[in-house]
Design a protein around this ligand. Sequence first.
Ligand code: ADP
Ligand code: MG
Length: 299
Amino acid sequence: MISVNNVSKQYDKQWALSDVSFQVTKGEIVGFLGPNGAGKSTMMKIITCYLPATSGIVKVEGYDTLEQSIEVRKQVGYLPEHNPLYLDMYVREYLSFVAGIHLSKNLIAKAVTNMIELTGLTPESHKKIGALSKGYRQRVGLAQAMIHDPKVLILDEPTSGLDPNQLADIRQLIKNIGKEKTVILSTHIMQEVTAICNRVIIINKGKIVADEAAHALVKQSNKPILIIEFGQSVSPALLKNIEGVLQVETLPNNTFRIHAQTDVRQALFTFAVNTKNTVLSMQQENTNLENVFRQLTKN
Ligand code: ADP
Ligand code: MG
């Protein structure tokens, strides 16, 4: 369980986070989505006790990140952005080193072996980290984050730079592990959210602009948008009155972009006939998650 209450963070004069609040419970895999510079990494550093918030309270499994940071660190596995690793260490050696920070001596070997198996590192486990491909380094990063079996996982862009096969593997791995844990992962890839997450928090310029179930966001992105061109001028207010129409944008040449709740094509034709107008063209605009994301984060 993670609870973030009214957190703001200031770097010099710049506010990287402004009054951010949300909670994440066990079993949730939350996608932290936002353009570069939105404040995702900053939020993650605060949750993992790497940075203090300027104001606000963050608790992890009930422990305060400022007052009880050692307890918080015990609960959290963290894969930082850019996945810093000791390239001169061997995979098994490095994981044993990390395990030794958290676990008593007699538990280390077993934890390392389990993690190597779980993350699919077995064929590479005897190599130096510096010799591994990006995908395998990412697995090492995940393995070090999970080696002490933390309740909470904070993964900062865990799949950045992976090829499509590696991407599928790592996503599946996170999804499986996430069932038993509280997970926040950051990404700027919309597809990632639909592939892994059950909830999405979109952050832009340090503020939360959406916090929804992943399927709700997908649904929102599937609402039809029509571009319609009339023969004669039309008052947008009349279009707005048509049942099912949510929003009307006026474009040049008697053309409108209509956001609708349902399929309103029939209603638009009837409207044209009843007002002695004509429909010159009508086409459906493709909406997808990327459009929703762009709409929410364009300012
Ligand atoms: P994201 O991870 O979403 O790309 P960050 O949290 O890294 O965003 O950054 C949010 C904003 O804070 C950016 O404008 C970034 O330049 C700024 N920032 C991040 N870290 C520092 C720092 N240590 N000092 C000054 N500004 C920073
Ligand atoms: Mg970042």
